[in-house]
Unconditional design. Structure first.
Length: 321
C-alpha cells in the first residue's frame, strides 16, 4: 500500500479525471478499503479541496467548485492568468496544442469559484476581440462541453444555427474538434435522432443533463472528418519538404505554422498541415533556401506550376517589351 501522502495525491489526480467516481471503484483503484478512502477524502477536504459525496446506487465522489481556490501551487491571480492563457492556446492554430490546453483548462476551471470564472470570461473576451476576428467561445462553454465528452454524460444547451432562432438541444457528446480555427462539438442529437456538429460560438447555457450513456459508433473515419464533411471543408494537405538550411533558421521563418525536425547539420524536414497549398509554398519561399518536396504529389505539381510562372515572369517575350 502506498504511503498516506502519495495516496492522497493519487486520489486527487483520479478525482480530476472524472466528473464522478463510484466509491467502490475509487477504492479499488487506490488499493484501499472504502473506510480508508473516506479518511483520505476527509484529508483532501482539510487541505481545501472541495469533494462532494453522494449516497445511494448512483452515489460516489466528485471534485466540485469551492468557495475559494484550493491550495494548488497557484494563487488566484496566477490561476486566472493560466486559465486565460490556456483558453487562448486552445483557440490557437498551433497543431496539437488545443487538446492539451483544453485538458489543463478543464482541470483549473473545475475547482474555480464562480467569481474567478467570471473574471476569466471577461478577460478572454477582451483579448480575443482585440487580437482576432474569430468568434469568441466562452471558457465556461469549453470546459462544460469538454467534461461532458470526457464523462460520457448527456449535455443540454441552447443552439442558434445560422439564420435561425435558438433552440434547446439534448445530445450525447462525442468529441470536441477544431477545424478552420473554430471549435465544434460532434454529438448525437437526441431530438433529431441523428449525428450533428455544433459550432461552440453559437452554443450557450451548456449544462450536464445528469444521465450517462454508452457511446454510439460515429458514421465517419473520425470526428474531424465528420465536421469537415458537414461544413464542406476540404481535407487538409500534409506537406513535407526537405529544406537545405539549419533547423533554427527554418523555425524562425515559419513560426508556429509548421514543425521542424533536424535532418543533418545544415538540413531539416519541414511539415505543414493546410487546406490550401498557397500557404506552404509561401512559407518555403520566405526561408530563402533550396528545398525538395517529399509529399504529397499535389504539392510537387503546385510548386512546379509556380516555378514555371515565375520563370515566365522573369523572361518576358517580345510582345511585353
Amino acid at each position: 500500500m502506498a504511503n498516506t501522502s502519495s495516496r492522497t495525491l493519487r486520489l486527487l489526480s483520479l478525482l480530476q479525471t472524472h466528473r464522478r467516481w463510484a466509491g467502490a471503484e475509487l477504492a479499488d483503484r487506490l488499493g484501499v478499503s472504502e473506510r480508508t478512502l473516506r479518511r483520505d477524502v476527509d484529508r483532501l477536504r482539510e487541505l481545501g479541496y472541495p469533494v462532494d459525496t453522494s449516497r445511494g446506487t448512483d452515489g460516489g465522489y466528485q471534485l466540485a467548485p469551492g468557495a475559494v481556490l484550493p491550495p494548488l501551487v497557484l494563487d488566484e491571480e496566477e490561476a486566472v492568468a493560466l486559465a486565460v492563457g490556456m483558453g487562448e492556446a486552445a483557440r490557437s492554430a498551433i497543431t496539437g496544442m488545443e487538446t492539451s490546453a483544453i485538458r489543463a483548462l478543464t482541470k483549473v476551471v473545475q475547482v474555480m469559484p464562480p467569481r474567478l470564472r467570471r473574471r476569466v470570461d471577461v478577460l478572454s473576451e477582451a483579448m480575443v476581440s482585440a487580437t482576432s476576428a474569430q468568434p469568441v467561445v466562452a471558457v465556461d462553454v469549453l470546459t462544460v462541453v469538454a467534461q461532458a465528452c470526457r464523462d460520457e454524460e448527456r449535455l443540454c444547451f441552447s443552439y442558434a444555427a445560422r439564420g435561425r432562432e435558438p433552440s434547446s438541444r439534448e445530445v450525447e457528446p462525442y468529441r470536441l474538434v477544431t477545424v478552420g480555427r473554430r471549435w465544434y462539438l460532434v454529438a448525437y442529437d437526441l431530438t433529431r435522432l441523428d449525428w450533428r456538429s455544433f459550432r461552440l460560438d453559437r452554443l450557450t447555457e451548456a449544462r450536464p443533463a445528469g444521465a450517462r450513456f454508452r457511446p454510439r459508433d460515429l458514421p465517419a473515419r473520425d470526428a474531424a472528418a465528420f465536421v469537415r464533411a458537414a461544413a464542406g471543408v476540404p481535407e487538409p494537405y500534409a506537406v513535407e519538404a526537405l529544406v537545405h538550411a539549419p533547423a533554427a533558421r527554418v523555425r524562425t521563418a515559419v513560426g508556429q505554422w509548421g514543425t521542424v525536425e533536424e535532418a543533418g547539420e545544415h538540413s531539416c524536414v519541414l511539415t505543414m498541415t493546410s487546406t490550401s497549398l498557397d500557404w506552404p509554398i509561401q512559407a518555403l519561399g520566405t526561408v530563402g533556401a533550396e528545398f525538395e518536396v517529399l509529399g504529397p504529389p499535389e504539392f510537387a505539381a503546385y510548386v512546379r506550376e509556380w516555378g514555371e510562372r515565375f520563370v515566365r515572369a522573369a523572361s518576358p517575350g517580345p510582345a511585353s517589351r
